[in-house]
Design a protein around this ligand. Structure first.
Ligand SMILES: [Zn+2]
Ligand SMILES: [Zn+2]
Length: 361
């Protein structure tokens, strides 16, 4: 099969042949149909987060089950599925307490030592990103990495629910539990930020303030539910949020991955408010919070995959899509093929797209 190979930070991806094994045990072989190019892929491609080359990126992926291992009972060939990087063992304390995204034992879903690798490239094992390999024509996955979805949902839209949409909508609904009538500020209107805007709208927030440097993204945020927008290239966003709200917001979301923006998200809270950091801040950095913020019960929390139980949440979010409450159509701004990934990264950095979705034949 063909796959886009990550050759190291800052280097172009090359499309090349990769060998893939057949499913064993609880594995499913999925034919990739669509894969969104997510900002986290860019973090790995740029070397902000470490990833040993060669490897295969792509983790916002939807496809069709082609073959299943002998112990698989929940899936059959022909099933439409979304894959999710938050795969789970199903039996650890976190899984059993309803937090499978924090699973202690995801290693249990890997192949055992002595078994052949799932994929090989030029005769050597090759890894996909976070157990997935969305930029490959096929993926061999543990069944706990996939969820079955209805066949009437277009797979290019469904793919977004594999990461960005679940992360942003889940951050509002699950992690922060935004209350009806509350005020919200969203810093960064890329795919995850726009999904958080939609999550806040679905939750019934009264005021949703979107912050970004690009007017095109702010226009999209207004289209998707923002009641106010702040152009951070021309204004101090914290001051602008104070001007719009009087005392700050109940909930803020950092959706870029910058220490400075995380601290702005804290500074824009009213007393008792909660800042949720969704963006991937470089791992060597620390986020600071002053003592007055703590005394006034402002809270800072992390977020992984929108605290989602993706087997439950992904079908729910797709039902929101069916009902017209979650807009996925406007979030797919461009489509491409395997050779277009570097261009997709460039367009993402330039603020030209919400999502490029890579399509397979
Ligand atoms: Zn677990
Ligand atoms: Zn992602």
């Amino acid at each position: 099969m063909r796959a886009a190979i990550f050759n190291g930070p800052g280097q172009p991806q090359s499309v090349d042949q990769v060998d893939i094994d057949r499913p064993r045990g609880r594995e499913v072989l999925v034919k990739s149909v669509a894969c969104g190019v997510c900002h986290s892929d860019l973090h790995f491609a740029d070397g902000v987060w470490p990833m040993m080359p060669p490897a295969i990126l792509g983790h916002e992926t939807a496809g069709i089950v082609e073959e299943v291992g002998g112990d698989v009972t929940e899936f059959k060939p022909g099933d439409h599925v979304i894959a999710c990087l938050a795969l789970f063992c199903g039996s650890c304390e976190k899984c059993l307490s309803g937090n499978p995204h924090l699973c202690f034992n995801t290693g249990a879903t890997n192949r055992k030592a002595g078994e052949p690798p799932r994929m090989t490239y030029r005769g050597k094992p090759i890894q996909g990103i976070l157990s997935l390999a969305g930029f490959a024509e096929k993926q061999l996955l543990h069944e706990n990495a996939v969820v079955k979805i209805p066949e009437d949902i277009p797979l290019d839209r469904a793919a977004l629910v594999g990461c960005g949409v679940t992360t942003g909508v889940g951050a509002a609904l699950n992690t922060a539990r935004v209350l009806p009538g509350s005020t919200v500020a969203i810093f960064g209107c890329g795919g995850i930020g726009l999904a958080a805007v939609q999550g806040a709208r679905i939750a019934g927030a009264l005021q949703i303030i979107a912050v970004d440097m690009f007017e095109s993204k702010l226009a999209m945020a207004r289209r998707l539910g923002a009641t106010d927008t702040v152009d951070a290239s021309a204004n101090d966003p914290v001051q602008a949020i104070m001007n719009l709200t009087g005392r700050g917001v109940d909930y803020s979301f950092e959706c870029i991955g910058l220490k400075k923006v995380a601290e702005q998200a804290i500074a824009s809270l009213k007393p008792g408010g909660t800042a949720t950091v969704i963006g991937m801040i470089p791992i060597t950095e620390k986020v600071e919070m002053d003592a007055m913020s703590l005394l006034s019960e402002r809270k800072l929390q992390g977020c992984f995959m929108g605290s989602s139980r993706f087997r439950l949440d992904a079908p729910r979010f797709l039902q929101y899509y069916r009902q017209g409450r979650l807009n996925l159509d406007d979030m797919v701004t461009r489509k491409g093929t395997l050779g277009d990934i570097d261009e997709a990264f460039r367009a993402m950095k330039a603020g030209e797209v919400v999502r490029t979705v890579i399509m397979f034949d």
